[in-house]
Unconditional design. Structure first.
Length: 383
């Protein structure tokens, strides 16, 4: 047989999936690996989807999304993100935040172009680069996981087309402070680059910080692609719905790619998303408090156990170093799964600067978190 795709073969199978394979057949495993919230999808969202199905909304949806949903998103963007956009020019509904990222890559890059990201960072940014023939340049973060502006500047070449940011961040838990965002934006404007901003965790932000969407800043709308999704806010990762916001020219290009690769998104599910956007966002207050409590609990316990750990400012991840235990992140995650049946993700999958780290997701019930931390304690005290 002839050779298959080099670009796709080069991407490793998800290490998170491999971890789940290790856990297979074991009923005692506590997973701190999963990147989805643990609360129930709100009832109006589920009903919106069911009602649409009952009305036989089972045919192709309009390519860019149902107009009522796009209009709701236009409202949300102005109210929550201070982004001025037009629903019929600047917004498109996507198959989750994941496809929004793919569309961002498909619309602005040519093979050989370069993209700068802070590292560690969300794993899809690296492999989408591979699929599109783009060089993804990793600029190592500062020790507190904030972006290192000098390293970002030094990563820029004449081939650089864009910088991608994700705040609040998976896996580090960093959330950009306004001054950090302004410094980044200055670099982007000075170098005439595009900015891709992944904001899927915008509601999971702590320590009094506020999320600012770069597309709302002066002079940034035209050069910014905003990626977002219903997945994390509404605990609806299985709905597979997200959206992109960008200039009309970029959205027009995305529409072509979208049309010929996926022909739209789930039609009935979009009615669930409409109901989600109609909800009073206060529904999230209780959930936020619970996540904040878990964040502080895990941070304190890790510190007590001797991990070097940065206090996370956003999302629902924490990324401690395993250096104090003389282990790489890969070794740590493998051994703790074998010894204590706890699943944590090795840092190595998030880029080349995090081999000595692990990622812990605290999006799991407090009782389980407590049990998991007790098991981690037993593990690290055993040597
Ligand atoms: C930073 C980031 N962006 C995008 C996604 C993908 O979101 P979705 O499930 O909506 O495709 C994830 C999922 O974990 C994520 O962590």
């Amino acid at each position: 047989m002839k050779e298959m795709s080099h670009r796709v073969s080069k991407a490793p199978k998800s290490a998170i999936r491999e971890l789940f394979d290790l856990a297979l057949g074991r009923s005692d495993v506590i997973s701190l690996g999963i990147g989805q919230p643990d609360f129930q999808t709100p009832e109006p969202v589920i009903q919106g989807n069911i009602n649409a199905l009952k009305k036989n909304i089972t045919m192709y949806a309009p390519t860019r999304g149902v107009p009522e949903l796009l209009q709701q998103l236009e409202n949300k963007l102005i109210k929550v993100n201070k982004i001025k956009s037009k629903w019929n020019e600047n917004i498109m509904v996507t198959n989750g935040g994941s496809q929004a990222i793919t569309l961002a890559y498909a619309s602005i890059f040519n093979p050989g172009d370069e993209l700068v990201i802070c590292s560690p960072n969300f794993v899809s940014y690296l492999y989408c680069g591979l699929f599109f023939g783009i060089k993804v340049v990793e600029a190592e973060r500062n020790e507190d996981f904030s972006p290192n502006i000098e390293k970002i500047k030094n990563s820029i070449t004449d081939k650089t087309k864009a910088v991608l940011i994700n705040s609040p961040n998976n896996p580090t838990g960093h959330a950009l402070r306004l001054n950090e965002l302004h410094e980044l934006v200055d670099v982007i404007i000075e170098n005439d680059l595009y900015l891709i901003t992944d904001e899927v965790y915008e509601n999971y932000i702590y320590e009094g910080l506020k999320h600012t969407s770069p597309a709302s800043l002066n002079g940034m709308f035209e050069r910014t692609i905003t990626v977002n999704a219903m997945s994390k806010l509404f605990s609806a990762t299985g709905f597979r719905l997200g959206y992109v916001v960008a200039s009309k020219e970029i959205i027009d290009l995305m529409e072509k790619f979208h049309q010929y690769t996926v022909a739209g998104t789930n039609h009935a599910a979009q009615y669930g998303f409409i109901e989600a956007l109609k909800m009073d966002t206060k529904f999230f207050d209780k959930i936020w408090k619970s996540f904040d409590k878990r964040r502080l609990f895990v941070y304190d316990r890790l510190q007590e156990l001797g991990f070097e750990t940065v206090k996370p400012l956003g999302a629902f991840y924490i990324m401690p170093s395993t250096k104090n235990f003389n282990m790489t992140g890969d070794e740590f995650s493998r051994e703790i799964m074998k010894e204590q049946a706890v699943a944590v993700v090795p840092g190595s999958i998030f880029g080349k600067f995090s081999n000595h780290m692990i990622r812990i997701s605290y999006a799991t019930k407090m009782e389980k978190l407590k049990e998991a931390m007790d098991r981690i304690e037993k593990f690290v005290k055993s040597f």
